[in-house]
Design a protein around this ligand. Structure first.
Ligand SMILES: *Cc1c(COP(=O)(O)O)cnc(C)c1O
Length: 390
C-alpha cells in the first residue's frame, strides 16, 4: 500500500457556512478537543460548561433531555441508556445506606427486581404494597422512608395511581414521590403537576415510539438533583448520541401519535366491551374501570394507548386469538407505531405463581394491546379477526 499515512487519521472539517442545518446534527464524537489545561480543568470541574468526554455529557443527550424536561415542566432532566438505567440512577442518587423505599406491587417486573432484589444488597430496605390502597401505603411509610415509587398507569390491568394523594402521603413523612410515567407519557399525564418529585420513563416505549431505541429519562427538581449527573457518569448509565438523536426525532411527533393512539385505544376498548367472547375489558377511559373518575381528574380527555382484555376461554382462547390476529404482532413491549399485543401470563408476569397473577387480575386468557396509529377501522378489524377464532 502506498497511502500517505498521515491522511487517514486527519479529521476533515467543513468551513461553517452562512446557513445552519434545520435538522439537528448527530454528534458522534466520544471526546472533544480542549484548548488548554486550564479550560479542561474548568470544564471537568464543572465551573465552565462544555463537553469533554461522552460519558459525562454530549449535545444529543442534552437536546433530548431538554425536550423531555420542557414536556414535563420540571427543572432538571437526564437521559440514560435505558429505562432501567434511569430508575437505577434515581435510586443511586437519592438513597443512602439504611434508607427505606415503599414500592407499588404493580410496578414493571424489572423495576420490582431492581428494588427488591438489588437494593437490599446495598443495604436499602424495600417494602412492596398495593399503592391503590392509600391506607396501606400510609401504614407502610416509616421515618426512614426516602422514596415512594409508583406508576401512573400500571401494566397490565391499567390501574391509575392517585399521584396528588400519594405525593401528599410521601411529603408528610419527609419522603419523595418517584413516578414511572412510561405508560402515560407526558401527552397523557405530567406527574409533576400533581406533586411528584421525580419522574422516570422508558423512552424505549411511546416517547421514541418507533421500537428502534433503548433509552430512559429521569426528571426532577433542582433540590434533589445534586448527585444525578455524577451517578449517571460514574455508574456508566449514559446514553449514546445516535440513540438520543433517534429518540429526539421520534419525540417530535409524540403529540400527534399519542392523540391518535389514545383515540384508537378508546375505540378498541368500546368494541371489545361488546363482544361475547370477552369476559372483561380494562381501560381507564371506560366508566366500568375502577379508577375511571380518578383518570378523568388526572388525565382529562386521553386515557392512554394500552387496552387489556380477558377472554372467557382462557389460555386456549388467547392462543387462538394470537394466531388469528395476523395484523397484531405478538411483541412483548409497547408504544410502537403499530398495534402490538402481549400475553402477560407468559411474558411480563411469568415469574409470578398463578395465584399471584390472579390477584393482579391476570389469567391465561388475558391479552394486553398496545394500540398504534393505524386507522381505527384497521385496529378494530384486526381485533375482530382474532376474536373470530377465540
Ligand atoms: C419498559 C419499561 C421500563 C424499563 O424500560 P427499559 O427502557 O426497557 O429499560 C420501566 N417501566 C415500565 C413501565 C416499562 O414499560
Amino acid at each position: 500500500m502506498s497511502l500517505p499515512d498521515d491522511i487517514c487519521p486527519r479529521p476533515v472539517f467543513l468551513a461553517p457556512g452562512p446557513t445552519a442545518p434545520l435538522a439537528p446534527p448527530i454528534h458522534l464524537a466520544a471526546v472533544y478537543r480542549c484548548d488548554s489545561p486550564e479550560q479542561a480543568d474548568a470544564m471537568l470541574g464543572g465551573e465552565e460548561s462544555g463537553y469533554v468526554y461522552v460519558r459525562d455529557g454530549h449535545p444529543n443527550a442534552d437536546m433530548l433531555a431538554e425536550k423531555c424536561r420542557a414536556l414535563h415542566g420540571m427543572e432538571r432532566a437526564a437521559v440514560c441508556s435505558s429505562g432501567m438505567g434511569a430508575l437505577a440512577a434515581a435510586c443511586l442518587a437519592v438513597l443512602n445506606e439504611g434508607d427505606h423505599v415503599v414500592a407499588s406491587n404493580r410496578l414493571y417486573g424489572r423495576s420490582l427486581k431492581l428494588l427488591s432484589g438489588e437494593l437490599p444488597r446495598l443495604k436499602r430496605e424495600v417494602s412492596v404494597v398495593d399503592t391503590c390502597d392509600l391506607a396501606a401505603t400510609a401504614a407502610a411509610l416509616r421515618p426512614t422512608t426516602r422514596l415512594l415509587i409508583v406508576e401512573t398507569i400500571t401494566n397490565p390491568t391499567l390501574r391509575v395511581s392517585d399521584i396528588a394523594a400519594l405525593a401528599d402521603l410521601a411529603h408528610r413523612r419527609g419522603a419523595l414521590l418517584l413516578v414511572d410515567n412510561t405508560l402515560a407519557s407526558p401527552a397523557v399525564c405530567r406527574p409533576a403537576e400533581f406533586g411528584a418529585d421525580l419522574v422516570h420513563e422508558s423512552l424505549t416505549k411511546i416517547m421514541n415510539g418507533h421500537s428502534d431505541v433503548l433509552l430512559g429519562l429521569l426528571c426532577g427538581g433542582a433540590t434533589h438533583w445534586d448527585r444525578v449527573p455524577e451517578v449517571v457518569s460514574t455508574w456508566g448509565l449514559a446514553a449514546a448520541p445516535f440513540d438520543c438523536w433517534l429518540a429526539a426525532r421520534g419525540l417530535s411527533t409524540l403529540a400527534v401519535r399519542a392523540e391518535r393512539a389514545c383515540a384508537n385505544a378508546l375505540r378498541a376498548a368500546e368494541f371489545l366491551s361488546e363482544q361475547p367472547q370477552v369476559a372483561e375489558v380494562c381501560y381507564p377511559g371506560l366508566a366500568s374501570h375502577p379508577d375511571h373518575a380518578l383518570a378523568r381528574r388526572q388525565f382529562g380527555a386521553a386515557f392512554g394507548h394500552m387496552v387489556t382484555f380477558t377472554l372467557r376461554g382462557g389460555l386456549a382462547a388467547a392462543t387462538r386469538f394470537i394466531a388469528a390476529a395476523k395484523g397484531i404482532p405478538f411483541a412483548p413491549s409497547l408504544g410502537d407505531l403499530s398495534t402490538t399485543l402481549s400475553h402477560p401470563a407468559s411474558t411480563s408476569h411469568r415469574n409470578l405463581s398463578s395465584s399471584e397473577q390472579a390477584a393482579l387480575g391476570i389469567g391465561g386468557g388475558t391479552i394486553r394491546l398496545s394500540v398504534g396509529i393505524e386507522s381505527a377501522q384497521t385496529v378494530v378489524a384486526a381485533i375482530r379477526a382474532g376474536l373470530s377464532n377465540a
